[in-house]
Design a protein around this ligand. Structure first.
Ligand code: NAP
Ligand code: ZN
Ligand code: ZN
Length: 349
């Protein structure tokens, strides 16, 4: 067992504070990773504040982890000491159900082992995430990270990156498609980069006028301010796909109206409250709404390789760990460009 420094939430209503705990010894199939950077996902806020009603405390959040391997188990094949590695939203799964066998471990029928706010397969050891100095993970659930890209910009790919890459690939977004991305935050900015890189015509739908220039720099062809009623009307029945990344409860119907016949809204944002969808808004144009959860290990590796080949990283604001509670407050005000990433060196003393 190794003692590690971390930041944890002790309850849903208190700020994150310093916390120490021990990581397991390195097993035969494990790698030990010295964490260098960890991204801050809006899911961290939802869970720290128990907005999804499933929180386990104390909670060490963080599932956008990049670091260097400091030890490998006797049977490890994929990694050696000194390699860069990444860990995303889950660290294990049953490995035998149809979803796991298909490489969709995130949909494991027994339940994936979440990187934090979950239990190991023994059902009783809590998992702690990346707002910490070190993690031990089975090599099969660890990703290879290229030395070519800035590692702080790679960290958010482990959640924001795969969560947007996977559904865009699943529905086959490419040249000739009109794609809208709703919400320009961590997920939204990666969605714009990927959809544009895949050749689609990309429109940013945002409530923040101040993000227009950035949206275009990220690769959006058009920007629509969602509070501008005329601009929204102009885009009625227009899009093939809308990737909805909104974190707060909102009216889905205002955006469904923008989909053309056979159009699809892909929901990745996870607001705590349910939404109301009138049947007519779907049936009159054979529209559909689908959801998507992160991505499997194989596809996450494919996404990381794609990013290394196409020089894609997240636009980040690097922070020290003692800024984390302020970072949460700023995210809740839609004030993040476009992902906070914690420099884990700030946790070391
Ligand atoms: P984020 O960085 O905070 O960005 C969310 C963006 O949504 C904001 O920047 C804002 O963009 C927009 N927004 C916020 N409140 C809104 C409202 N009331 N109405 C309309 N737009 C609003 O969050 P994130 O890290 O990208 O995460 C987004 C959501 O995805 C969260 O709910 C998170 O839990 C979820 N998530 C899901 C998965 C999955 O696997 N499905 C994975 C990761 C995260 P504008 O300023 O442009 O309006
Ligand atoms: Zn996340
Ligand atoms: Zn499974």
């Amino acid at each position: 067992m190794t003692q590690v420094n971390a930041y944890a939430a002790q309850s849903a209503t208190t700020p994150l504070t310093p916390f120490n705990f021990s990581r397991r010894d390195v097993g035969a199939h494990d790698v030990q990773i010295e964490i260098l950077y960890c991204g801050v996902c809006h899911s961290d806020i939802h869970q720290v504040r128990n907005e999804w009603g499933n929180s386990i405390f104390p909670m060490v959040p963080g599932h956008e982890i990049v670091g260097r391997i400091t030890k490998v188990g006797a049977h490890v094949k994929k990694f050696k000491e000194g390699d860069l590695a990444g860990v995303g939203c889950f660290v294990d799964s049953c490995r035998t159900c149809p979803a796991c066998l298909a490489g969709d471990e995130q949909y494991c029928e027994v339940g994936m082992v979440a990187t934090y706010n979950g239990y190991e397969k023994d059902g009783k050891t809590p998992t702690y995430g990346g707002y910490s100095t070190q993690i031990v993970v089975d090599e099969n659930y660890t990703l290879k990270v290229s030395e070519k890209l800035s590692i702080e910009g790679v960290a958010p790919l482990l959640c924001a990156g795969i969560t947007t890459y996977s559904p865009l690939r699943h529905v086959g977004v490419g040249k000739g498609h009109k794609v809208a991305v709703l919400g320009l935050g961590g997920l939204g900015h990666m969605a714009v980069k990927f959809a544009s890189s895949f050749g689609a015509e990309v429109t940013m739908l945002s409530g923040s006028k101040s993000k227009e220039a950035d949206a275009k720099k990220l690769g959006a062809d058009h920007f629509v301010l969602t509070s501008d009623k005329n601009a929204m009307k102009d885009r009625a029945n227009y899009f093939d796909f809308i990737l909805n990344t909104v974190s707060a409860p909102h009216d889905y119907n205002a955006y469904l109206n923008l989909l053309g016949t056979n159009g699809t809204m892909i929901v990745v944002g996870a607001p705590p409250a349910p939404a109301e969808i009138p049947a007519f808004n779907l049936i009159m144009k054979r529209r559909s709404i689908i959801g998507s959860l992160i991505g499997g290990i194989k596809e996450t590796q494919e996404m990381l390789n794609y990013c290394a080949d196409h020089n894609i990283t997240s636009d980040v604001e690097v922070i020290n760990i003692d800024y984390i509670n302020n970072a949460y407050e700023r995210m809740l005000k839609n004030d993040v460009k476009y992902r906070f990433v914690i420099d884990i060196a700030s946790l070391k003393n």
